[in-house]
Design a protein around this ligand. Sequence first.
Ligand SMILES: Cc1cc2nc3c(=O)[nH]c(=O)nc-3n(C[C@H](O)[C@H](O)[C@H](O)COP(=O)(O)O)c2cc1C
Length: 305
Amino acid sequence: MAIPTTRTKDVAQIIINQDLCNGCGLCVSVCKDYGLEVINGKISQAANPIFGCIGCGHCMSVCPNGAIRIEGRFTSADHLFPLPRKEDATTYLSYLNLLQRRRSIREFKDKPVDRELIDKILAAATQAPMGLPPSDTNVLVLDTAEKVRKFSFDYCDYLKSLKWMTSGWFLMLARPFWGKENDLLFRNFVRQMMDIFISAREKGENMVTYDAPAALYFYGSPFSDPADPIIAATYAMLAAESLGLGTCMLGGMHPFIQSGGAAAKFRKNQGIRFKSKEGLILIIGHPAVKYKMGITRSFANVDFV
Ligand SMILES: Cc1cc2nc3c(=O)[nH]c(=O)nc-3n(C[C@H](O)[C@H](O)[C@H](O)COP(=O)(O)O)c2cc1C
């Protein structure tokens, strides 16, 4: 068995055309599975790779002669495309400008996000790196304001059943097990967040996803690296920004829909396929607010050691 994912548990096939191989060894140098070697000036499969081919495709995308193909693990020579010209890729300055202009948007025009834009965002996000190919990131697409609202209200109704998690007695009992930091977060953030979500919902207001006209929920699988869906969501956010849309990441839902029977029922009802270590919702829409100024931010620590 190869490295398992929900999509495949097999290794990919390495198909070599020795007639086309010039023995340059570029494929050997990029294969970190140590799956290839040059013997007598031609490429061959190595006898003892580490995992077996994971299907990253680096060998076939670096080969100058098309002498190597990978088939399997959702990778194929058919997926190769000519690289866009470097001059057509972004510069540091235009990328920085995009980042500096971005603000989290929670006020949206009453205007749908066209399917074409959602497809463009998803196409960009699939280019995100992943812990191991094939990506085990899943995306739940809510492409109308009605779907986003229903998802959010269902979540609030579900959240009501978790109110005990913010009660004084539970937090007192939990503190020795999950630590001071979690205790502080629950007392000073989660409790208020739950209260406002639920009370707003009772008044018919959506404080969870701010009535965005579209939302993409990126989540992983029991196999995937927890960072995978977060990176994909970040790519999607920047793609949406480049298309002139406003976005906001929402982290408050994912952790609360992972454990227990009620969470499993919520996931099933919403079409969420797996529980996963990490996930993030990205709300998207045409912004109803324009910011005049950027804000300089800082990291907690940057230590050059
Ligand atoms: C991982 C993550 C989770 C977030 N979760 C929420 C959320 O649940 N609700 C919300 O309104 N904003 C959420 N945000 C948006 C942040 O509050 C926002 O990025 C921050 O206030 C800074 O504002 P800016 O994005 O405009 O720079 C989240 C952002 C990130 C990166």
